[in-house]
Design a protein around this ligand. Structure first.
Ligand code: UD1
Ligand code: CA
Length: 495
């Protein structure tokens, strides 16, 4: 790959071809409220595959443009939408146009006029169609050039096209388009539109490529004389064709990629498809997934080959899993990193944690944020950890809470041990050094340091530091009263 700065590369290409490379923008329509979701939250921030829909669209747009040339039209909850995009490196650095009142997809372009006038071409995408793949976008863009069109519409045949705008070709088998007509307008005006047209299964994806000059020249001709009383961008097909411009359709065979999310049911369908795609990709890359339909794997998750994921596992956020791991059923991992050869037994909940090579966790362990479990370590049933660094080969196998603790290598934590890290006001640290044995049912009152290779007796409440190699007993000495029960029984019988 040549490593020129983008502008230099463009200059070189221009010099080679003598026609200037067109300046290309990608405009993403993301201002709408999402009325059909019946929500107070902006539609484009609804998540599918564990990420906002708009983030997926931005990721696809990156196939064609640098972030600064990707323009999001925002309006409803604009600041929230912008903040969400700018909060992660994958979607930050975009340009934004504000559409404070949303009068339709055509209006979104009307308010973007000044921004668009800086470019020669614009790809228009919608923020609620997250399954679009980068390759499809490239193919659409290439087709637009090959056809020398003023407007190219990405379409597909849908078995159930209900709700979508339909694309009407100028003639049978022609790539040219006469008009796009919205569902409601097809239904409303049977005189104008033959009801048989509702059978047209070729849908408008609302994704297009335009030459900017003819687009801007005809924007003012859009009207609101339609069933929604909005400016429809779809009307641009008819307008441009009437002006003698070439308007074509690029029909895509993978119709799923074009689906939009207007209702909660649509979102569930998109989410399911995206997760199925993710599982298929992981399996393709060498991961074993048993009953993949039952697993919930976010799009940002990575898993190395030869790992096995059992049924009903959830891998969320930016979780990253090494090779030869096994994640048993009902475990939920969020933003967690596993090295290689890790066994997660059934029913673990792990968040913002790290686990080293060959460690074994669970069943039913709860790793809260900041748990850093060393290689070969074991955490067992009902062990809860938070902000804990645990060294190589250390073990806490049963019924334990470890919070704000630094635990060395080769440490054994007995069943039922608790770090008392919170005095009601402040959190304090417990340090347990290498090779130490903490007896069962210990109460470790922090701040506390237990020196290396020491030993605490079972049932101890440890409140003072323990030096290296020491034995610490922190419990009342047992008192045994011989015959006490016998006496009690006799006393009761005498009554
Ligand atoms: C639109 C198309 C329809 C197509 C469908 C594909 C129009 C008139 N209709 O319908 O032909 O089949 O998409 O999914 O274009 N938005 C704005 N500002 C606005 C209005 C909308 O930014 O003023 C944004 C929305 O946030 C959304 C996108 O544009 O992300 C599409 O709007 P939406 O209302 O969902 O259009 P559809 O009814 O789905
Ligand atoms: Ca939509």
């Amino acid at each position: 790959m040549l490593n020129f700065a983008r502008d230099t590369l463009r200059d070189k290409l221009d010099a080679m071809t003598s026609t200037p490379t067109p300046r290309l923008a990608v405009l993403i329509l993301a201002a709408g409220k999402g009325t059909r979701l019946k929500s107070k939250h902006p539609k484009v921030l609804f998540e599918v595959g564990g990420k906002p829909m708009l983030a997926h669209v931005v990721a696809a747009a990156r196939a064609l443009a640098e972030p600064r040339d990707i323009i999001a039209v925002i309006g409803h909850e604009a600041e929230r939408v912008r903040a969400a995009m700018e909060s992660t490196s994958q979607t930050s650095g975009l340009s934004y146009v504000l559409q404070p009142e949303q009068h339709g997809t055509g209006h979104a372009l009307i308010v973007s006029r000044a921004e668009l006038s800086k470019y020669d071409e614009v790809v228009v995408l919608v923020g609620d169609a997250p399954l679009l793949q980068p390759d499809t976008l490239r193919a659409l863009y290439d087709f637009h050039h090959q056809q020398a069109a003023a407007m190219t519409i990405l379409t597909a045949d849908l078995a159930n096209p209900f709700g979508y705008g339909r694309v009407f070709r100028a003639a049978l088998n022609s790539s040219e388009v006469a008009a796009i007509i919205e569902q409601k307008d097809l239904e409303k005006d049977p005189d104008k539109h033959d009801p048989a047209q509702l059978d047209n299964k070729e849908i408008n994806s609302a994704m297009y490529v335009f030459k900017v000059a003819p687009l801007l020249a005809h924007l003012d001709s859009l009207s609101t004389a339609n069933a929604h009383g909005e400016y429809y961008l779809t009307d641009m097909a008819k307008l441009l064709r009437a002006a003698g411009e070439r308007v074509v359709a690029f029909k895509h065979s993978a119709a799923d990629e074009l689906l939009g999310g207007n209702t909660r049911a649509d979102l569930a369908g998109l989410d399911r498809k995206m997760r199925a795609r993710k599982c298929a990709q992981l399996m393709q890359d060498g991961v074993t997934i048993l009953f993949p339909d039952t697993c919930v794997i976010d799009s940002g998750v990575t898993v190395a080959p030869d790992t096995t994921i059992e049924p009903y596992v959830q891998l969320l956020g930016n979780t990253s899993i090494g090779s030869d791991c096994r994640i048993r059923s009902y475990s939920v991992l969020r933003n967690t990193t596993l090295a290689d050869n890790v066994l997660i037994r059934n029913g673990c909940v792990m968040e913002e944690s790290r686990v080293g090579d060959g460690a074994t966790i669970g069943p039913y362990s709860h790793l809260r944020p900041g748990s850093d479990i060393g290689p070969g370590a074991h955490l067992g049933n009902f062990v809860e950890t938070k902000k804990v660094k645990m060294g190589k080969g250390s073990k806490a196998n049963h019924l334990t809470y470890l919070g704000d603790a630094v635990i060395g290598a080769g440490v054994n934590i007995g069943a039922g041990t608790i770090t008392c890290n919170y005095d009601g006001v402040h959190k304090h640290t417990t340090t347990i050094e290498d090779g130490t044995f903490i007896g069962s049912n210990n109460t470790l009152v922090a701040p506390l340091t237990i020196g290396p290779n020491s030993y605490t007796a079972a049932g101890s409440c440890i409140t003072q530091d323990v030096p290296e190699d020491a034995l610490a007993l922190g419990r009342a000495r047992q008192e045994t009263k011989p015959g006490w029960m016998k006496k009690r029984r006799e006393a009761a019988g005498n009554k």
